[in-house]
Design a protein around this ligand. Structure first.
Ligand code: ARG
Ligand code: ZN
Length: 865
């Protein structure tokens, strides 16, 4: 037996195969909140109904709450209930009962930001995934759907606005300076979609008329000083509502749609029914304080949360293993929406870049999991790039394989068949099959198998006869718990281009590689062919081809598919960089030529060019290697960057000058110009041009928008110049009152590719404006630093120690935020032995710390595993 002092309780593992329908249902719940930052009273009245024939007691989840009273059918119980750990267990004789419980909460000391908490004078909630059990005792699982009535009562001066889900049905003043509001949500919902907000808020109000002519009141609620910064979010909301009607036939269903922005929020935003709650960084924008990237992200997140009203709320998830059912699908929908707002090609490039930056490493590391995981310790750890972004890629492939019309028929059937239900990924695939007649048996492997498939493609053209043979093969690498894999159905958009004319030799083909190996024949070719494959990134794979540098350069100049052009350029750059890392010398000629070509092609728009001429990130280069040497990668990349800067110096100057705007405008073309201009400035800085710093400083001073300001500041921060410190100091003084902008100040320095970044970051952690209590601020410094490959992997190990210290400190306040910092350390297997040892040592130090959260325990133990 273990003695008490050394006993370690390993947290329980939850398994998908153990799913059982709930023992008790809760058709109705009435909540009564007497709100107060220090002591809030919550009374909950639940009508419960036995589900099926069984004798199990009613088990209500709780977390850090204790019952003040428990009654059944109006009678207070003193001994018929018991606590089983954090859960409240009540024996019930009949099939239908009314349960009433009362608890007291302290929102102002709730540093986990889950449940009911205080942020900047507001009281607000976050319940997904399992935060509702921190508010009241309840069967906290997404397949228990209830009708909610919510009464809120608070001090009227401190909390003049009281919001919850659904419709406002009553309200008024009470004695003692208090007031109340009553909200009723007519739709059944799981408790993770419950929300309330109380505070001193002002609304940007607008309205939307739905396709059936119903009028919806829209409100975006912020501090009144922030009202002028809500216009863009409001435009995005109205555009999203119209888009979902047009594209998926989905109409909004309540009379009110409210959004609230809060400063302390664990992630981007939350789709609570009729009352979305947002991290303020995804709502507030004006040209002076938000970049074009921020504007795009705001529109994308507003759309995402709005789209959840159907893909997530009307049809929700049966259990948390199905998370990608709502998240993958909704990310796909928001990606489509954003693609329709501007340049679809640039949007696709950005999405693929994000997938490669976050999801590919995850899929190749110790935390790899299928988009429908088999087990978890803490579900919060599974809000991952795999569930979200790879999940979106899987929906995208379904659409490609089935075709536009069948896909839409499938989503219609899915929404209709499962409206008001808690569904599974299997239900979604079945609806797609039933609507299209397709057999998706093999396709289901995408839900079950983790790991990024590797596809090899080789095109052999017969010298005469106009024929070519495409050989394809695939392997899916082993991942934790999955040693061997079955072949995946991989949809590849393929075209052959004439090596002389650059014209497509016949129509594009969709080839679904469904086996380990396969061959495809092309004939009737009028010239020698060049292979264009996985066009539009039709499948989320790593592709290996035997195409030469000349082929890739040719494609980067001629492929009619813009994504394929970008991709050919990236591959050419990547091949060059990898050869450089291997041999120590960088053969830059073909890259320089291809970049020159792209920069001078009059048919290309600036936004595309800005993306195409960027080198692959250090992290993406690292992903291709068996053993990562971060210094070697950074040096080779820097050297190719310098060569591009020097060799094309005149072009960069010319492009820089040509893309100068007179006045700020938020249009796709103005955005593209700003993007390309900052990219050009970056190359000018490494071109050896003596005036680069004064050029950057001038841009910094003259800018009338944050994109140009931060673009210049970034270039100054990433290079050696006396102007660097001056600009950073000026920026801080200028924006010290605006937390969202000060986040950028921290991030710019944490991402710096010049100077003693580790030392800077350690010092910034003691800056008066730094706090680990605010997730945005934590991420802006520590999260950003952990993805600065070279600085984080400083050979001294100081970067690792810094992040591990942060994990331990943050874990005591906010386990979710702490656990998110683990994956960078978890990649240790990919590094050379010295760094491996240092990284492992930090992971062990974390694991040995007393009182570790489940969140951090799961990520660290799996990372060491
Ligand atoms: N459902 C939210 C969204 O994607 C995110 C909730 C994240 N929850 C969490 N526990 N990490 O829009
Ligand atoms: Zn979502």
């Amino acid at each position: 037996m273990l003695d008490a002092a050394t006993a370690v309780t390993t947290p329980a593992i939850i398994r998908r195969e153990d799913y059982r329908a709930p023992d008790w249902l809760v058709p109705e719940i009435a909540l009564d909140f007497r709100l107060d930052p220090a002591a809030t009273r919550v009374t909950a009245r639940l009508t419960v109904r036995r589900n099926g024939v069984h004798t199990h007691p009613l088990r209500l989840d709780g977390d850090e709450i204790a019952p003040l009273s428990v009654s059944v059918d109006g009678e207070e119980l003193h001994d018929a209930w018991r606590m089983d750990g954090p859960a409240l267990v009540i024996d019930l004789a009949g099939d239908d009962h009314l349960i009433e419980t009362e608890v007291q909460l302290s929102p102002e000391t709730n540093s986990k930001l889950m449940g009911l908490y205080a942020s900047g004078g507001l009281l607000c909630t976050q319940c997904e995934a399992e935060g509702f059990r921190r508010i009241t005792f309840f069967p906290d699982r997404p397949d228990v759907l209830s009708r909610y009535t919510v009464r809120m009562e608070a001090d009227q001066a401190a909390f003049p606005v009281l919001l919850s889900n659904g419709d406002h049905v009553d309200g008024g003043e009470l004695a003692g300076g208090r007031h109340y509001a009553l909200w009723r949500d007519p739709f059944l919902k799981p408790c993770y979609l419950f929300a309330l907000v109380a505070g001193d808020l002002a609304a940007n109000r607008d309205s939307f008329t739905t396709m059936s002519g119903r009028n919806i009141d829209l409100g975006i609620w912020v501090r009144s000083a922030d009202l002028p910064r809500t216009e863009h979010a409001m435009d995005a909301l109205k555009a999203s509502m119209a888009w979902d009607e047009r594209t998926y036939g989905r109409e909004y269903d309540l009379a009110v749609f409210n959004i609230v922005a809060v400063d302390d929020f664990n992630f981007g935003a939350m789709e609570n029914k009729g009352l979305n709650i947002f991290n303020s960084r995804y709502i507030l924008a004006d040209p002076e304080t938000a970049t074009d990237g921020d504007y795009d992200a705001i529109a994308g997140v507003v759309a995402h949360e709005y789209f959840h009203n159907w893909s997530g709320n009307r049809v929700t998830c049966r259990d948390w293993f199905q998370l990608s059912l709502k998240e993958g699908f909704t990310v796909f929908r928001d990606q489509q929406f954003s693609a329709d707002q501007g340049s679809a090609a640039v949007k696709r490039i950005e999405d693929v870049r994000a997938l490669r930056a976050a999801q590919f490493p995850e899929d190749a590391g110790p935390l790899a999991h299928p988009i429908r995981p088999e087990s978890y310790i803490e579900i919060t750890n599974f809000y991952t790039a795999t569930i979200y972004n790879k999940g979106a890629e899987i929906i995208r492939m379904l659409k490609l394989i089935l075709g536009e019309e069948a896909f839409r028929a499938g989503t219609d059937l899915y929404f209709e068949r499962h409206d008001g239900q808690a569904a599974t990924c299997e239900d979604f695939v079945t609806a797609m099959e039933d609507a299209s007649g397709a057999d998706l048996t093999h396709f289901r492997r995408w839900y079950a198998q983790a790991g990024t498939p590797r596809v090899k493609a080789s095109l052999i053209a017969e010298p005469t006869g106009g024929r070519a043979r495409l050989t394809l093969s695939q392997t899916v690498p082993p991942t934790p718990g999955q040693d061997t894999k079955q072949p995946m159905p991989i949809p590849l958009r393929v075209a052959l281009l004439g090596a002389q004319s650059g014209k497509p030799l016949g129509p594009e083909r969709l080839i679904v590689l469904d086996e380990a190996e396969s061959e495809v024949l092309f004939d009737g070719l009028s010239e020698a062919p060049v292979l264009s494959i996985n066009r539009g990134f039709s499948a989320p794979i790593c592709l290996e081809t035997d195409r030469s540098a000349a082929d890739l350069a040719f494609l980067s100049a001629h492929d009619p598919d813009p994504f394929a052009r970008y991709e050919a350029m990236q591959q050419l750059m990547l091949d060059t960089l990898l050869a450089g890392v291997r041999t120590g010398t960088v053969e830059s000629e073909s890259v320089v030529k291809a970049v020159r070509n792209t920069l001078t092609d009059p048919g290309l728009d600036a936004a595309f060019v800005g993306e195409a001429v960027l080198l692959p990130s250090e992290a993406f280069i690292a992903e291709q290697l068996d053993e990562i040497d971060p210094d070697a990668i950074a040096e080779v990349r820097e050297s190719l960057r310098r060569t591009l800067g020097t060799e094309l110096a005149d072009l960069w100057q010319e492009i820089y000058a040509r893309n100068r705007a007179n006045r700020y405008e938020y249009t796709p073309s103005a955005k593209g110009s700003r993007r390309l201009r900052s990219v050009a400035l970056g190359y000018i800085a490494v071109s050896g041009d003596e005036d680069w710093a004064s050029l950057a400083l001038t841009q910094y001073r003259d800018a009338d928008n944050m994109t140009d300001t931060i673009g210049a500041l970034g270039v100054l921060t990433n290079n050696a110049a006396p102007e660097r410190e001056q600009a950073l100091a000026d920026f801080y003084e200028r924006y010290r009152a605006d937390p969202l902008v000060i986040d950028k100040w921290f991030t710019t320095q944490a991402l710096a590719s010049h100077g003693d970044t580790v030392g800077t970051v350690e010092a910034l952690a003691t800056h008066p404006d730094f706090t680990i209590a605010n997730p945005n601020r934590l991420r802006s410094l520590v999260g950003a630093f952990a993805v600065n490959q070279r600085a984080f992997h400083d050979p001294s190990g100081r970067g690792y120690r810094f992040v591990a210290d942060m994990v331990l400190a943050v874990d005591k306040l906010n386990p979710q935020a702490a656990a998110r910092l683990i994956p960078s350390l978890g990649r240790w297997r990919k590094f050379e032995p010295k760094r491996q040892a240092l990284m492992q040592a930090e992971l062990r130090r974390i694991l040995d710390a007393p009182g570790l959260s489940k969140d951090v325990f799961e990520q660290v133990s799996k990372s060491l595993g």
